[in-house]
Design a protein around this ligand. Structure first.
Ligand SMILES: *Cc1c(COP(=O)(O)O)cnc(C)c1O
Length: 414
């Protein structure tokens, strides 16, 4: 197909597989379940192993179905290349395994997905210094940098309290200092925001969430946007410096994250994710509109103590979010007034399902302090702004009126 005039987001995803020949004119890249890939000429196998020509060798390092998904994610993020992993945490873990060594230092947003927070604690126990900062203000990031800082890690909209990182200014700071800027784009997805536009060198997406969308497959990805100059990175092994410098980082991430640590995505999951991704833009439009409607309704109700959603004018980073993102996301969290027990409220919901996932087509709710943020303890929860009654809502694509009725109706005492 012609590359002259760039297609829109959804057209690009729908037609991406067909940019390369597919057997039998199949409209979807088939699910290739073979673990090994055979060559008639053994010399060709050797040159694939040596990276002299493209090709697949063993399923842990790459697979045609997964490669087709990687290509779509690269186009969604307008990047240079992507690597898929078995989960979002696999993708984030690969950054640590491939790029950090004892003595290195990381500056991370303090407002993080709970398991990423836990991963940074693990990393800290292995000799990497981690500074947690309030990343809604670039000054806090600047103050935490040391000569050993290798990367700055933030989420676009933090899960679950929805703080918005000072993305453009942190990106400019990192560029000025030659530091790798890593952005977890899960909450916004490349449809609402492209971290490349603020200078992020690596983008994380938990594909499990909105990109796959239907809650039927786990997956994660890293995308190299091309914004970071890998010749500045001190730990790229000579082995991975054979290709052009633009490929150094991903060569090392693929070898360490997939080949050595084995966090690979399977072809069946890749297929589910690719099919889900076709409707990402449509689902995001609907779920973001639903989230705004329900958040506004709850904020206006005297039985609700606080609603945290960047789409509300009361949100501290509302203007920042309006500047950066196409819409304000499908997730909000809220606190009930003391008289209403959060468990009783959740049990009164008919549609909102008490479950631990987000970015599903169905609306999911969870009492944060008692579940996903339980392990870290009350003190750290308080430092992250997590109230004990906080309810996280991942808004689905149900009909808006049904959600409004459900969330308002549950406020009434039994
Ligand atoms: C869920 C999530 C992850 C991890 O993804 P998994 O596929 O569950 O491992 C990482 N970051 C954010 C912001 C998430 O919401």
């Amino acid at each position: 197909m012609s590359e002259q005039k760039p297609f829109g987001f959804t057209t690009t995803i729908l037609h991406n597989d067909r940019r390369k020949a597919i057997e039998h004119g199949s409209l979807h890249k088939p699910v290739h379940t073979s673990v090994a890939f055979g060559y008639d000429d053994a010399r060709q196998l050797a040159s694939v192993f040596q990276g002299k020509e493209p090709g697949f060798r063993y399923g842990r390092q790459g697979n045609p179905t997964v490669a087709a998904l990687e290509d779509k994610i690269t186009r969604m993020e307008d990047g240079v290349s992507s690597i898929c992993f078995g989960t979002g945490m696999g993708a984030i873990g690969a950054i640590f395994q491939a790029l950090l060594r004892a003595g290195d230092h990381v500056v991370s947003s303090a407002f993080l997905f709970g398991n990423t927070n836990s991963l940074w604690q693990t990393v800290a126990g292995q000799g990497v210094g981690v500074a947690f900062v309030d990343a809604t203000d670039v000054a806090n990031v600047a103050a935490a940098l040391t000569p050993a800082t290798r990367l700055v890690f933030v989420e676009t909209i933090a899960n679950p309290r929805t703080q918005v990182a000072d993305l453009a200014r942190i990106g400019a700071l990192c560029r000025e200092r030659g530091i790798l800027f890593v952005v977890d784009n899960t909450m916004t997805t490349p449809y609402l925001f492209r971290p490349k536009t603020v200078g992020a060198g690596l983008v994380v997406n938990a594909l499990t969430k909105s990109i796959a969308g239907h809650g039927i497959a786990l997956g994660g990805s890293l995308t190299d946007t091309g914004a970071y100059d890998w010749t500045l990175y001190p730990h790229i092994a000579a082995n991975y410096q054979r290709a052009a410098p633009a490929q150094w980082g991903m060569a090392q991430l693929r070898a360490k994250g997939l080949r050595d640590f084995g966090a690979s995505l399977g072809p069946e999951a890749a297929h589910h994710i690719a099919v889900g991704a076709e409707t990402l833009a449509l689902r995001m439009e609907r779920s973001c509109a639903n989230a705004l409607a329900v958040a506004r309704m709850l904020e206006a109700d005297p039985r609700v103590a606080a609603v945290h959603y960047p789409g509300l004018a009361s949100h501290p980073q509302h203007a920042l979010a309006a500047d950066l993102f196409r819409a304000f996301g499908s997730l909000f969290s809220f606190e009930l007034h003391d008289g209403i027990d959060c468990f009783d409220y959740l049990n009164r919901l008919q549609l909102g399902i008490s479950a631990s996932n987000l970015g599903d087509t169905r609306t999911l709710v969870i009492p944060v302090a008692h579940t996903i943020f339980f392990e870290m303890g009350a003190e750290r929860r308080a430092s992250m702004g997590i109230a004990e009654s906080l309810i996280r809502v991942s808004v689905g694509i149900e009909d808006t009126d049904d959600l409004l009725t459900d969330f308002a109706g549950a406020l009434a005492p039994l």
